[in-house]
Design a protein around this ligand. Structure first.
Ligand code: ATP
Ligand code: MG
Length: 337
């Protein structure tokens, strides 16, 4: 399907469920910005506002988070002519395609999806009914996600290890659709695993995640970031004693933002002894601030000009909508609608 003049369509979405954190940036946004630097790619990035509804956010909160996330994405190196940022809810063909995919989705496949299984496991642990608090949005989440991907005719979807299963489900549904209605309708995408991207740990050493409350926000003011970094949990080894750099959350974060020479020097000083966690944390705060300050500057500018941001999103929605309308039309025709 890839001809020399075929542009590669790369797709990614992020939920507006809280403030972006360093893990989102280093694990998803920065690698995406690198892919977008290749002019042969068209990069589609959406704010997954429909997915966010599953958590029942207050309407004003959801609207605000959606605008912030869109502004942040553009500020993080994605403000390029070949990047199209859009709100999922403003491309109606996606939700319509999700409705068409439901009949070819087996319930058993949904039973095995990670997000649902995790919610069931949490209920079991708490001694509640297994489906307590689980809505159809969460249960059917992979169907909407498949529509996000298949609806944009995506060639490749960059995924972190924590998201790989969702892409597999999208490929499964494309194949199931092909078995039922023919193979020329939905394009099965490939996963793009960005190898060198490590999962960033959060303040408590576990994976940095909004739902674990252990994040370091990306766009916070420098003194807030500094204070948050000081809260990273470390052990009680005194400064003069040798330490294992691979066991330290601060070093893991430093690796994502500092240059190699700085990282190597810190690692050597850990092994030799003579560096305290306070010093490494101060260094991390400096390195992060140097990296983030131009992004924050652009973000604040964009927040101050909501009309310009909106215009940019509407343009993204027009392009994504045109693409998704074509896929939807193909699917409807194939299904006899
Ligand atoms: P939630 O707790 O709601 O799942 P999250 O903080 O894990 O939120 P997501 O919205 O699930 O963030 O993820 C957005 C993107 O950021 C995904 O591509 C995901 O792979 C990436 N990502 C999330 N957390 C990390 C992390 N700690 N390290 C690297 N990448 C991450
Ligand atoms: Mg997550």
């Amino acid at each position: 399907m890839t001809t020399p003049d075929h542009r590669i369509a790369t797709l990614t979405g992020i939920q507006p469920t809280g403030e972006l954190h360093l893990g989102n940036y280093a694990g998803a946004i920065r690698p995406l910005a690198r892919l977008a630097a290749d002019e042969r790619r068209d990069v589609y990035v959406f704010v997954a506002d429909l997915h966010a509804l599953n958590g029942h956010p207050a309407p004003a909160v959801l609207a605000d988070r959606t605008q912030r996330l869109a502004a942040a994405l553009l500020a993080c190196g994605l403000d390029r002519p070949n990047v199209h940022v859009y709100r999922q809810s403003r491309v109606p063909a996606i939700a319509r395609l999700a409705a068409l995919l439901s009949p070819v989705t087996s319930k058993g496949l949904m039973n095995r999806a990670h997000a649902y299984k995790a919610a069931v496991a949490a209920n079991a642990e708490a001694g509640r009914d297994q489906d307590h608090g689980i809505n159809m949005g969460l249960y059917g989440y992979p169907v909407l996600m498949a529509a996000d991907i298949l609806g944009l005719d995506a060639d490749e979807v960059p995924v972190g290890a924590d998201q790989a299963q969702h892409l597999e489900i999208a490929v499964d549904l494309a194949q199931q659709f092909a078995r039922t209605y023919g193979g020329e309708v939905l394009r099965a995408p490939r996963a793009l695993i960005t190898e060198e991207v490590a999962t960033l740990p959060g303040l408590d050493g576990h994976k940095m995640s909004k739902s674990y409350g252990n994040t370091i926000p990306l766009m916070a003011e420098p003194d807030v970031t500094k204070a948050t970094i000081r809260r990273i949990v470390t052990d009680s080894t005194p400064p003069e004693q040798p330490k294992d750099p691979d066991a330290c959350t601060v070093v893991a974060l430093l690796r994502a933002f500092a240059d190699d020479a700085t990282v190597h020097e810190v690692e050597a000083r850990y092994r030799a002894g003579g560096i305290g966690y306070g010093e490494t944390k101060a260094l991390l705060a400096d390195v992060v601030e140097r990296h983030v300050s131009p992004l924050r500057h652009r973000y604040q500018q964009s927040r101050a000009e909501p009309a310009a941001l909106d215009e940019r999103l509407v343009e993204g929605e027009r392009l994504a909508g045109r693409r998704a309308d074509q896929v939807l039309a193909r699917a409807m025709t194939a299904m006899g609608l």
